[in-house]
Design a protein around this ligand. Structure first.
Ligand code: 4AD
Ligand code: MG
Length: 469
């Protein structure tokens, strides 16, 4: 095929007025027709919509046409004309077709007969070619852009924090170890019989980070307001629809913000992101709304337009205890001091308040060591943002700014000072009040797309016993 005209993406073709000679390239979604004419629905990933290609069978090589099957990749040249059939304004009257790649219809993994999400996870390398994953992945990309735009418009500095680290930022001990020691050979031992990490690549024990926050605090106490946006890793054996072993997190950290400023930023941030999706990703949202979840768009609009409800953990527990007394059944018991399960969080959001909730002042024993300690000696200035369908979407806090208090808490928890000395320097030298939070990117995407399982909002999910593709 002569290529003197440039390829136009399907999204742009569909917005053009008829008349022009055009070149389209993409993958065949369907082919149907009659004796005279074939209709090919072509998609190139630029939009949820296909462009219809009309082929005159009498002037087309039948051998070529027979190879144009679902999944095949083609280039089509022709005139963009007004479409007579419903569904689209324009279509291409093909004059020339080139077959780039055939697609064996028997072996092609994407067949009409099984389109369940469970099945598609087993062919995650091909599922971006489906309408649903095309929509989800475009939304994912748009949301990433919206996050950078939001913080840049506010003057936050994008800080790159390390993925390999020697400290456990959350103190929860669920880290993936990073080593170049040969696990098939006898391991080097120190005098006490432990593993001698001085022989390892970094000369110490290292892991994949669970959070960029500690380094983020170094950034905030120098640059004022920073955010991180990158992958984080957690070796939690949680096989739930809301947990990944590798997920992306956005962590803003701000000097001179107290817990109230932190909450206000979290609410404004998440509303702006949802608004961005409604304003800029309408076609993909409409598709997901029509196909799977007829309340998706109204749920997104409602979050943008309602004020989040703020209450303390203690008040939240009282509501949950009352629900139990009134006969509501939870799988897990509720009492002051327990870590809330997503069923509890969702009860508060969906049943009780019917709006997003921010819970504050959690018991110190279920939260990380760095949170600002309250006067009562029992609680810390934590804040979790709870969302409909999801439960916890954001976790954050005001940070403990006092060197003495933070140091004492590290001792109390028996944490290693050695790997946190650099962090304590933020409190030793010009400490300041500061706050921050972490938004789970995939949890945000669960909310925005209405998908039910976190494995379906990331291209290549990492979960226990699953690292294929
Ligand atoms: O509540 P988390 O553990 O908080 C932190 O990591 C803090 N360092 C954040 C900060 O203050 N800078 O995690 C924050 C968020 C959660 O609210 C949740 O949305 C998400 O990260 N998250 C996960 N998402 C997917 N899979 C997992 N295993 C997740 N664990 C946490
Ligand atoms: Mg949390």
């Amino acid at each position: 095929m002569s290529q003197e005209i440039l390829r136009t993406k399907v999204k742009d073709l569909l917005a053009k007025a008829p008349g022009e000679e055009v070149l389209a390239k993409g993958w065949v979604r369907t082919k149907r027709g009659n004796k005279e004419i074939a209709f090919i629905a072509l998609n190139d990933g630029s939009t949820i919509n296909n462009i219809q290609i009309v082929v005159d069978k009498n002037s087309t090589d039948p051998a070529l046409l027979s190879k144009i099957t679902t999944g095949a990749c083609i280039a089509v040249r022709g005139r963009l004309v007004e479409s007579i059939g419903g569904g689209q304004a324009v279509e291409i009257q093909a004059s020339d077709i080139e077959l780039y790649g055939e697609c064996d219809p028997v072996r092609y993994p994407l067949q009409k007969k099984d389109t369940s999400f469970e099945y598609l996870r087993t062919v995650a390398h091909m599922r971006p070619r489906t309408n649903t994953f095309g929509a989800v992945l475009r939304l994912r990309s748009q949301m990433a852009y919206a996050i950078h735009e939001y913080f840049h418009s506010k003057g936050f500095v994008y800080l790159h924090t390390p993925l390999i680290t020697a400290s456990d930022a959350e103190g929860a001990g669920n880290m993936f170890q990073v080593t170049t020691l040969d696990l098939n050979a006898p391991l080097p031992r120190d005098k006490k019989g432990g593993i001698d990490y001085s022989k390892d690549f970094f000369g110490r024990r290292t892991s994949l980070t669970v959070s960029g926050q500690l380094e983020g605090e170094l950034g905030a106490t120098a640059l004022g307001e920073i955010y991180t946006f990158g992958p984080t890793f957690r070796a939690e054996n949680s096989n739930t629809p809301r947990h990944l072993a590798e997920f992306w997190m956005i962590e803003p950290e701000m000097a001179f913000y107290d817990i109230k400023d932190n909450m206000a930023l979290a609410e404004d941030f998440i509303k702006s992101l949802v608004r961005y999706a409604l304003d800029n990703c309408r076609e993909d949202l409409q598709f997901l709304n029509d196909r799977y979840d007829s309340e998706l768009i109204s749920r997104l609009e409602s979050v943008v337009n309602t004020e989040f409800k703020v209450l303390t953990y203690t008040e939240g527990i009282e509501i949950l205890e009352k629900a139990v007394a009134d006969g509501h059944k939870f799988e897990y018991p509720v009492s002051w001091g327990v870590d809330l399960q997503s069923e509890h969080e969702r009860y508060l959001v969906e049943n009780h308040f019917q709006r997003p909730v921010i819970l504050t002042d959690y018991p110190k024993d279920i939260k990380a060591f760095y949170m600002k300690q309250n006067e009562d000696g029992k609680t810390v200035r934590a804040m979790d943002v709870l969302f409909p369908k999801i439960g916890e979407i954001i976790g954050g806090s005001e940070r403990e700014a006092s060197f003495e208090k933070l140091n004492a808490r590290i001792d109390e928890l028996g944490m290693s000072h050695r790997t946190l000395e650099w962090y304590l320097d933020t409190r030793r030298f010009g400490s300041c009040p500061h706050s921050g939070f972490g938004l789970g990117f995939e949890r945000l995407l669960l909310f925005v797309t209405g998908m039910q399982n976190i494995r379906d909002v990331i291209p290549f999910p990492r979960t226990p016993k699953n690292a294929e593709f």
